[in-house]
Write a protein that binds this ligand. Structure first.
Ligand code: FMN
Length: 226
């Protein structure tokens, strides 16, 4: 009986994510994104451009399927943002992929994700990436229970990103960046973590211009202005 009540409570909290997480939310990235120079924005082309002349990498996780606010989606919200970044900067991508959550409905996924976080589980992911030559790495993911999904922590444990410039971005439904920046810094004490950005998951499909503005503030795109 207690177990059922606990489970129902967990689901309710998860369903109310956007409201419940607002208390701890730090949607700073949303405000930052508005800081772009409108003149430069108008003149920006979409040709790939890196802010220091080197190709950047985007490491991200994104869950396609049943989700809060957007229903059953074929392409995850964070992947859409990652694709915008590639379009504007030419950055390569490494997607942290796992089949573990395939086909899951939203509420059971919430329960599982919370359980993983509580236990500190590190679910495996497919593939590998050679980081040689990438000084700047965008780190993107959905906010799951206030921070990165546990499978992203698996990546963090396996890859040493110290010495690199890390640009975190999240999609969410109320938490903004949540604890993601803090938790990323804790993984990599000797990385430069900067330029963070967040966006509501239900806004990404109409949010390409906001992503471009954010990238402009980081120095991408402007140098190609005509
Ligand atoms: C398991 C799970 C936990 C979530 N936890 C939060 C949360 O704590 N705060 C929040 O704002 N949104 C939360 N969400 C909503 C997602 O962050 C949001 O829908 C995001 O855009 C999903 O991105 P994706 O499609 O790339 O996976 C959660 C969603 C799921 C599935």
């Amino acid at each position: 009986m207690m177990k059922t009540l606990k489970s129902l409570f967990t689901m309710a909290v998860c369903l109310l994510t956007s409201t419940a997480c607002k208390g701890t939310a730090t949607p700073a990235g949303e405000a930052e994104a508005g800081a772009a120079n409108p003149k430069a924005e108008a003149a920006t082309t979409t040709q790939p451009a890196d802010n220091d002349g080197q190709k950047a990498l985007i490491v991200f996780f994104s869950h396609a399927g049943d989700n809060y606010s957007v229903g059953n989606i074929e392409v995850g919200n964070t992947k859409i943002v990652a694709d915008y970044i590639t379009e504007f900067t030419g950055a390569d991508q490494f997607e942290i992929k796992t089949n573990k959550y395939d086909g899951m409905a939203y509420k059971p996924l919430c329960d599982l994700a919370l359980e993983e976080q509580r236990k500190g589980e590190l679910p495996p992911f497919d593939g590998s990436v050679d980081l040689t030559g990438y000084q700047t790495i965008f780190i993107g993911g959905p906010v799951w229970w206030g921070t990165w999904p546990q499978v992203m922590f698996t990546f963090f444990k396996q890859y040493d990103l110290n010495g690199k410039t890390l640009i975190p971005f999240t999609t969410h439904e109320g938490s903004g960046l949540g604890r993601c920046v803090k938790d990323l810094k804790e993984q990599y004490h000797d990385a430069t973590v900067t330029g963070e950005f967040s966006m509501y998951g239900h806004d990404v499909r109409s949010g390409k211009a906001r992503v471009e503005k954010w990238l402009n503030t980081l120095g991408y795109g402007k140098q190609r202005s005509q």
